[in-house]
Ligand binder design. Structure first.
Ligand code: PGA
Length: 251
């Protein structure tokens, strides 16, 4: 059975006072969430958020990691450092990093490998741009992105989480329809199944303008196992409502 998973991606938002208020409300309200819940916070707040989450069953995650294990890499943060702060998850290959920092498919795959090496779970993001969707390249793009990861990881692929985030739906208020998302999730799942039976049961999250009013329909799709939530994860009531829309999936 795939346990549904709702992860917040705070992006570059937050401050000490705001984080305390937000996580205070999320921790207080998460009790009955029918899924696993995580928040992926900016690096400087990992220590603070770890403390705030101590009494809860909400997992902590980061939004990126270095491809290097240690060494002379000014400004980089290693997976060992993230692990030191109690991170269970790390987002890799978010489209904003692919775009802003020219991250390649192979770099993203190597970052996923670093995370697995220390026992952390990478949340590997894939997704097409609007131009790619409109020119009929969605399948080619997302499978190329995922294949780079499965090729490098092989049997270890079973240890990752995948997030399908169409770039045109991120932060735009323009969500993929449940049918559009399910179609891509099914393609991704078919590829994962070819890697191994266990990889076929990897959780595939949907991300891109998930809100309380569209979460239930998205999460009800057979191959959608939860969501990666940007904007709506910054408001406790919205994030909790989205987590409340999840439910477990039988294989
Ligand atoms: P959004 O972001 O929910 O604000 O669209 C999702 C993401 O980028 O992970």
């Amino acid at each position: 059975m795939r346990r549904q998973f709702v992860a917040g991606n705070w992006k570059m938002h937050g401050n000490l006072a705001g984080n305390a208020a937000l996580l205070g409300d999320v921790v207080a309200g998460v009790g009955t969430a029918p899924c696993e819940v995580a928040v992926c916070v900016p690096f400087p707040y990992l220590g603070q958020c770890r403390q705030l989450l101590e009494v809860s069953n909400i997992a902590l995650g980061a939004q990126d990691c270095s491809v290097h294990s240690s060494g002379a890499h000014t400004g980089e943060v290693s997976v060992a450092m993230l692990q030191d702060f109690g991170c269970r998850y790390v987002i890799v290959g978010h489209s904003e990093r692919r775009a802003d920092h020219h991250e390649s498919d192979s770099l993203v795959a190597a970052k996923a490998e670093r995370a697995l090496e220390v026992g952390m779970t990478p949340i590997v993001c894939v997704g097409e741009s609007l131009a790619e969707r409109e020119s009929g390249e969605t399948a080619t793009v997302v499978l190329r992105q995922l294949q780079a990861v499965t090729h490098l990881l092989g049997g270890q692929t079973a240890g990752i989480v995948v997030a399908y985030e169409p770039v045109w739906a991120i932060g735009t208020g323009r969500t993929a329809t449940a049918a559009q998302a399910q179609e891509v999730h099914a393609l991704l799942r078919a590829h994962l199944r070819k890697v191994s039976e266990a990889a076929g049961e990897v959780r595939i999250l949907y991300g891109g303008s998930v809100k309380p009013d569209n979460a239930a329909e998205l999460f009800a799709q057979p191959d959608i196992d939860g969501g990666l939530i940007g904007g709506a994860s910054l408001k406790a009531t919205d994030f909790l409502a989205i987590a409340g829309a999840a439910h477990d999936k039988r294989p």
